[in-house]
Design a protein around this ligand. Sequence first.
Ligand SMILES: C[S@@+](CC[C@H](N)C(=O)[O-])C[C@H]1O[C@@H](n2cnc3c(N)ncnc32)[C@H](O)[C@@H]1O
Length: 254
Amino acid sequence: MCPRVPVSPRPRVFFLPYLEATYSKTGRFTPEEVSILASVRVRQHVNPLSEKYRKPVTPPNWAKIYADPTQPLLLDIGCGRGQFLLSMAQLKPEQNFLGIEIREPLVEQANWRRDELGVTNLHYLFCNVNTSLQKLLDSLAEGVLHEVTVQFPDPWFKKRHARRRIVQPALVEVLASYLIEGGIVFLQSDVEAVMVEMCDRFQVHPSFSKQHKDMWLSTNPLLVSTERENAVFLQGKSIYRALFRKVARPSSLR
Ligand SMILES: C[S@@+](CC[C@H](N)C(=O)[O-])C[C@H]1O[C@@H](n2cnc3c(N)ncnc32)[C@H](O)[C@@H]1O
């Protein structure tokens, strides 16, 4: 028999460690526990520039993570609850998927769901992409990074907070070094100013070429939409999208 889990009618507190303890004892969560996990409350935003998030992550042993670590990899930066990746990984078993997320409870929950479903080509990692990306990509087998997505990143509207945005010139530089030639970067947001800034940063980099003449892509080329994308769509708001491809750098710039 699984132990009973107290369910409070008040705002939920985060007691994942307690649930983990019961899980390791019984090897299963009760339906009650599953619903608690699904409603885990997390902070809406965290400041990626704060001291707590400055330390780069220690990369995992990829051979223990993926059934085949040499498969082409799609990296989703700021994956949130990771529903997009979970569906993609199930649709494309011949590819690996990695989600990076700065809110740890979301990562724990997503990895738990992945394990429950026995998906072996998917991993979620708790880290700050802006301090950990290079170390992380360096630990992967050479030439595995084929696709990168940044979907609905936190907009940080205030001017003084713009440095907290994910797509900074340094991040573009790291992606340019590790993405295979011909690899793609897909960007989308419902905030036009954020999207313009992200595009500008890829456009000025000699390794990236925008794949469409119009300012924005008219449709999403991926098979699955994200949670935020679905919410924005239901609100009837505009979505701005762009696709870049990594090209060979002109020899004069190498
Ligand atoms: C608005 S949510 C979008 C989630 C998902 N991509 C979607 O479209 O549904 C943006 C996510 O990026 C994460 N994030 C923000 N800054 C980050 C950083 N520096 N490193 C990793 N994740 C970050 C946030 O915690 C949040 O979950």
